[in-house]
Design a protein. Structure first.
Length: 277
């Protein structure tokens, strides 16, 4: 399949589009000929993102929507489909990441992360599937994480939500394949985005982007190539993350030792420096 032609004139919604992977996906979609509705809850940030994409202004739209509110998600998706005449692609990308020890996490922490990382995906799917069924076509792309495949310690709440997104996505993929609806799930490892700066230590300082983090523009291009090919599970970057995932599934003792050491080192760092990263 023509990886670029797949997106030509596609009506697409991207949540969490004002920064990070969401912005990079939006830009790459526009380069490949799609019309993109940038969705985010902060009107100013969404407008700024749209401004940065002014070269594609005829194909850029904005949606101000809080993805943790079912009514807002429903209304945004239905209005988009009505305005554009259809909905070809929905990228449920919005999410938050906050590492913490399980014993320090509160029920409010659980609720905030589940609302943003899982319920928002459910709301999006719930609104989009009926539209795509009527059309007889559509593609839903949900952002999970490598932590939705491998249980990284010190982020149990995050891991739980991302495992759920993988399960939701892959169940839907097979349930709706014969109805013309494709479903893909993205499982990123460390990607060079501003998410790291939001992880603050006990002194209020944000974490630096790891030097080995994969460039976000390359990640977006890789993701869209594989979405166009109809891949169900997209691990990015593929190297070395597929080895970690494969080893974990096969019970490789080296991966087990890696995860145990990861937990030990991060706990020590937290106890000494008040940070995990």
């Amino acid at each position: 399949m023509d990886k670029n032609g797949y997106y030509q004139d596609k009506i697409s919604i991207v949540t969490g589009a004002n920064s990070g992977i969401g912005y990079a996906l939006s830009e790459e979609l526009l380069k490949r000929g799609a019309t993109v509705y940038l969705a985010g809850r902060d009107q100013k940030k969404v407008a700024e993102a749209a401004g940065h994409l002014s070269a594609f202004r005829d194909h850029v739209r904005t949606l101000v929507v809080d993805v943790t509110k079912q009514e807002q998600v429903q209304m945004a998706i239905e209005r988009t489909a009505k305005e554009a005449g259809r909905l070809d692609m929905l990228f449920n990308n919005a999410g938050i990441f906050k590492p913490m020890l399980f014993e320090t996490g509160t029920l409010d922490d659980w609720k905030a992360m589940i609302d943003t990382n899982l319920w928002s995906v459910i709301y999006g799917v719930q609104a989009a599937v009926p539209i795509m069924l009527r059309q007889g076509s559509g593609h839903i792309v949900n952002t999970s994480s490598l932590a939705g495949l491998v249980p990284y310690p010190m982020q149990v709440i995050y891991d739980t939500t991302k495992y759920a997104v993988v399960g939701l996505s892959e169940s839907l993929r097979y349930e709706y394949a014969e109805k013309g609806i494709r479903v893909s799930v993205i499982c990123p490892g460390d990607i060079a985005t501003p998410v790291f700066s939001k992880i603050v230590d006990s002194k209020g300082q944000g974490a630096a982007i790891p030097p080995e983090a994969y460039p976000v523009d390359k990640a977006a291009s890789y993701i869209l190539d594989h979405v166009a090919e109809g891949d169900g599970r997209i691990i990015v970057p593929y190297e070395p993350n597929h080895l970690i995932y494969g080893g974990y599934i096969l019970g490789d003792k080296k991966v087990e030792e890696f995860l145990l050491k990861h937990a030990h080192d991060h706990r020590i760092r937290f106890e000494k420096e008040g940070r995990f990263i």
